[in-house]
Design a protein around this ligand. Structure first.
Ligand code: SAM
Ligand code: SF4
Length: 311
């Protein structure tokens, strides 16, 4: 269905939990306590996806928090992927639990996963994630590839943290049939100074040898000559892509967010499928033309940390 600015909205990000086995510095505040007891149950999530599909949503991404920490995640994936209106069901994960779960996810109908990886240095990984194990994440990536899942790596660009290793990260696409996408840091937590907000242009200049390709959705795409995978850049800060926005978000506690950076939320938890459909229609029609200007000193107006929205 189209919103009031003529954009076709066909994509819903579905957060299944706000809990996480990591605490990335750009995503959640240090002392963030997860909300317990208010999460949508499996049937409610499936009902919401069905209702959305009747309004033309044909692509969903399961996210969180960390979606793989949710107990019934495989059942949610299986039911969502099997839905006739859903052309593609994908999942975003930090990869830590993929060693055991990649095969079952593939069996559940997931074909593609995005895996977050901001550095190849174990100490820096532990720092940015507040305690995570790089080795475990890399084993997860390997398990996903071995299980036959298509893998995209998501890397948040952070000046003064990973700007010195962007080339090395991009080099992973030379031998591997796997994309990496560098994403401009968005000001969600207020933990970063202006220097951390590396722009797409600055980042691209740090990776010599990239040849432009046609764009892919919100991403500008490039490739090294002869490489098997591609390198993308997503620039929510400098090249605001609101005019091409095709998505709505559903939070784990059952609120539709028409725009990532807006406080507006429409509750759907506990509603019947018809009522959910009506609420989703309202959320699509409530999408603003664009989000406000954001910077290191002008934080997102989302009103929630990223793990509680579903990135
Ligand atoms: N836990 C999973 C993961 O990390 O992939 C899924 C949820 S996480 C909120 C989804 C994505 O949002 C991750 O790729 C993460 O890097 C990204 N993200 C979180 N906070 C961000 C921020 N402030 N700016 C840019 N990307 C952010
Ligand atoms: Fe967890 Fe993903 Fe947020 Fe990191 S980015 S704290 S892995 S939800």
């Amino acid at each position: 269905m189209r919103d009031t600015f003529g954009r076709e909205i066909n994509y819903m990000r579905v957060s299944v939990t706000d809990q996480c086995n990591l605490r990335c510095r750009y995503c959640m505040p240090a002392g963030a306590a997860a909300a317990h007891g208010t999460t949508m149950d499996e049937d409610e999530i499936i009902r919401a996806i069905e209702a959305a599909s009747e309004l033309g949503i044909n692509k969903i991404r399961i996210t969180g928090g960390e979606p793989l920490v949710r107990k019934n995640i495989l059942s949610i994936c299986r039911r969502a992927a099997a839905m006739p209106g859903i052309r593609e069901a994908t999942l975003t994960t930090n990869g830590l639990l993929l060693s055991d779960m990649a095969g079952p996810l593939k069996d559940a109908g997931i074909r593609r996963v995005n895996i977050s990886l901001d550095t190849l240095d174990p100490e820096k990984y532990a720092h940015i994630t507040r305690g995570g194990s790089l080795g475990q994440a890399l084993r997860g990536i390997e398990a996903a590839r071995s299980a036959g899942l298509r893998v995209k790596i998501n890397t948040v660009l952070i000046g003064g943290f990973n700007d010195g290793e962007l080339s090395r990260l991009a080099d992973m696409t030379r031998e591997n049939d796997m994309d990496i996408r560098f994403i401009e840091l968005m000001p969600m937590t207020g933990d970063f100074g202006q220097d951390a907000y590396l722009t797409f242009r600055e980042a691209r200049a740090l990776i010599p040898g990239l040849v432009p390709l046609p764009g892919d959705g919100a991403a500008r795409m490039f490739q090294f000559e002869g490489a098997r995978g591609r390198v993308g850049f997503i620039s929510p800060m400098t090249c605001n892509f609101c005019s091409q926005c095709n998505r709505i978000r559903l939070t784990a506690d059952g609120y539709l967010k028409p725009c990532l950076h807006s406080r507006q939320e429409i509750p759907i938890k506990g509603l019947s499928r018809e009522k959910m459909k009506e609420a989703i229609r309202r959320a699509i029609l409530a999408k603003p033309e664009r989000h406000p200007y954001l910077s290191a000193s002008r934080l997102s107006e989302a009103g929630r940390s990223m793990n509680r929205i579903g990135g």
